[in-house]
Design a protein around this ligand. Structure first.
Ligand SMILES: Cc1ncc(COP(=O)(O)O)c(C=O)c1O
Length: 437
């Protein structure tokens, strides 16, 4: 067995990458990203489909370029994300901004420039509407509205649910008539309605959201020509997890949007904005075992990268598959391919941070959960899978002053290309001022 994981990663590449760029290091796979883009673009639909990549999942410029060159546009969650994507060469006309920020001061002027250049603004609160209304009216700009449906949607953890009464994203359904009445008075049109109920949830919740959303599009939004069902399409990171069936969800949406046409005469374009689905399983983190402790209670492997590279286990209790590769490139064991029954030993795999929860596998209470593997040696590699999304873009980097690692892309032709350098030490302190108090 020499290959593992959804990208078919060849074990002998691991020591090569480590030798060339050091560890820890992020690894991405262009072909995998492109194939997931294609799968999404082929989702069944009734009157057209528009796919945006939720760039918060991984905002690296090379990833953005791979995704946008396949035809996906972008969902941005801050002005800085939009500016960052623009700096990568992507026009504002290919972006929608869905943010908790309210446009005031300098940012407001920046936002206006972006909107004039074609960025779509997704109103997420009454205040956001009030602050943008005059500008939209004067410039005859149509808006989108993110609606908070008051119904739960996220998976694994409540921290990933953006639709329930405990989350505050979007204009709450109760407030929609008030915002709409103001917009009607000012002659401002909401041509798009958007709901994102959370990440990685049960596909059944995604279906329910389609019905609910089409219901309030019919009631409140006569001008809407696009309906966005958000992101949140589940991927299977661990063996045994069930991935969202894109074709089945698309077929359901198609049927409901066709039903909407029958009832109203209106043809709605469908929009989706997945992040996880595009990149999660394209990514691996390669770490090196730097120490080993065999205690009466638990065996530990200490690796050279943990929560500062991947915080999802600590934040959500998320599981990521582990492969163990020897320094000579032999694959010792891999959770991807089911567990061999003999010769396994349990190890808590921990990182370098002074933090008891710095581990790749934790239970819901934050206790370390041992992983069953073939016992490796110091210097061997622990490869963590499913880390293309919400890893380098989300982690508490620089904690314990560890430097953010570099990233490598395996290209479509199989070449390995460094896409981001490891931080240099000076970057840790570059914004600190030399003040003597
Ligand atoms: C508004 C919005 N859209 C899309 C996404 C992408 O979700 P996922 O990565 O689960 O597809 C998120 C994630 O938090 C989001 O907040």
């Amino acid at each position: 067995m020499t290959h593992f994981g959804p990208t078919g990663l060849v074990a002998t590449l691991i020591p090569k990458i480590a030798q060339q760029w050091g560890t820890p290091v992020y690894l991405h796979d262009q072909e995998y990203i492109e194939k997931s883009c294609e799968q999404l673009l082929n989702m069944p639909n009734a009157y057209g489909l528009h796919v945006r990549y939720a760039m918060k999942a991984n905002s690296d410029r090379t990833v953005l370029r791979v995704v946008t060159s396949k035809g996906l546009d972008l969902d941005c969650s801050s002005l800085d994300e939009a500016a960052r994507a623009h700096a990568a060469g992507i026009p504002y006309s290919r972006m929608m901004l869905t943010t908790q920020e309210v446009p005031i001061g300098e940012e407001r002027a920046e936002l206006e420039e972006m909107i004039k250049a074609g960025l779509r603004y997704n109103v997420c609160s009454m205040l956001q509407y009030q602050l943008i209304a005059d500008f939209a009216q004067k410039n005859r700009i149509d808006l989108s509205m993110r609606v908070h449906p008051g119904a739960a949607g996220g998976g694994e953890s409540t921290t990933r649910d953006t639709g329930s009464e405990y989350s505050c994203f979007g204009v709450h359904l109760n407030d929609v008539p008030r915002v709409k009445a103001l917009a009607d008075q000012q002659g401002i049109r909401f041509t798009q309605v958007h709901v994102h109920i959370g990440s990685g949830g049960d596909p059944e919740k995604w279906r329910e959201n389609i019905d609910r959303e089409l219901g309030f599009v019919k009631t409140y939004f006569p001008d809407a020509v696009t309906v966005s069902f958000g992101g949140g399409l589940k991927v299977a990171r661990m063996p045994g997890e069930k991935q969202a069936d894109i074709a089945a969800l698309g077929a359901y949406a198609k049927q409901r949007i066709e039903g909407f046409k029958e009832a109203t005469g209106r043809e709605l374009q469908m929009e989706i904005e997945p992040g996880t689905f595009v990149v999660a399983n394209s990514g691996h983190i390669i770490t090196r075992i730097i120490d080993k402790k065999l205690t009466n209670e638990m065996n530990f492997l200490i690796v050279d990268g943990g929560m500062e590279l991947l915080t999802r286990p600590l934040l959500y209790g998320s599981e990521h598959p582990i492969a163990i590769v020897r320094q000579d490139g032999t694959l010792l064991s891999s959770e991807y391919d089911g567990k061999p029954t003999t010769g396994l030993k349990s190890f808590g795999i921990v990182g370098r941070c002074c933090e008891s929860g710095d581990s790749v596998r934790l239970d819901g209470d934050g206790n370390i959960v041992p992983v069953l593997i073939v016992e490796p040696e110091i210097g061997d590699f622990v490869v963590i899978g499913g880390t293309g999304a919400y890893s380098e873009s989300m982690s508490p980097e620089n904690y314990n002053s560890h430097r953010k690692p570099g990233a490598v892309m395996k290209t479509r032709s199989g070449e390995l290309v460094q896409i981001r350098k490891k931080q240099v030490r000076e970057q840790l302190t570059q914004n600190e001022l030399d003040v003597q108090l």
